[in-house]
Design a protein around this ligand. Structure first.
Ligand code: HEC
Length: 136
């Protein structure tokens, strides 16, 4: 009797579980969407090191709208140190800041999408009329 009760209580629940399809997992948030609300900096890795050292004199927008290789970022830092009173960093801090900048704000070319293949492009009217007189 006890066993019967156990089954009658659990069976519908178990069946119910197997019949309900699992809802699809929510899409993973894009990396771009995890931005610090206060500064707009990407909240990855050493971002707090950059926040602590790089926004005392100007908005973080100056950083987030900029792109560069590690070498180009270091050149900007050297320029600020020479001309804008930016302080010296200890080598480890500087290396981590530059690496973070180059990784999160790399040159634009690396961020471009792949080319659209020609067969997916709309017709190009200029290519269709090779004899068109384009001289003015
Ligand atoms: C001591 C003040 C100071 C600090 C700290 C500072 N900057 Fe600057 N930075 C400046 C000044 C001043 C400018 C010029 C602003 C302007 O042109 O309006 C500037 C400009 C910039 C620019 C624009 C460069 C360009 O070519 O347009 C970037 C990018 C930048 N800083 C990034 C950084 C980063 C990254 C850090 C941290 C490592 C940092 N800054 C820390 C003073 C500072």
């Amino acid at each position: 009797m006890k066993r019967f009760l156990t089954l009658t209580v659990w069976a519908p629940l178990l069946l119910g579980c197997t019949e309900t399809p699992e809802p699809p997992p929510p899409p993973a948030p894009a990396v771009e969407s995890r931005l610090d609300p206060a500064t707009g900096l990407k909240m990855t890795g050493d971002w707090e090191l950059v926040r602590n050292n790089c926004i005392a004199c100007h908005s973080a927008r100056l950083i987030t709208q900029q792109r560069g290789t590690a070498e180009q970022w270091l050149t900007m830092i050297r320029w600020m140190q020479k001309k804008q009173n930016l302080w010296e960093f200890d080598p480890d801090t500087e290396r981590r800041i530059v690496a973070w900048l180059a990784e999160n704000y790399p040159p634009e070319a690396e961020r471009r999408r792949a080319r659209i293949p020609p067969h997916l492009m709309p017709p190009n009217p200029y290519l269709e009329k090779p004899d068109a007189d384009v001289s003015l």
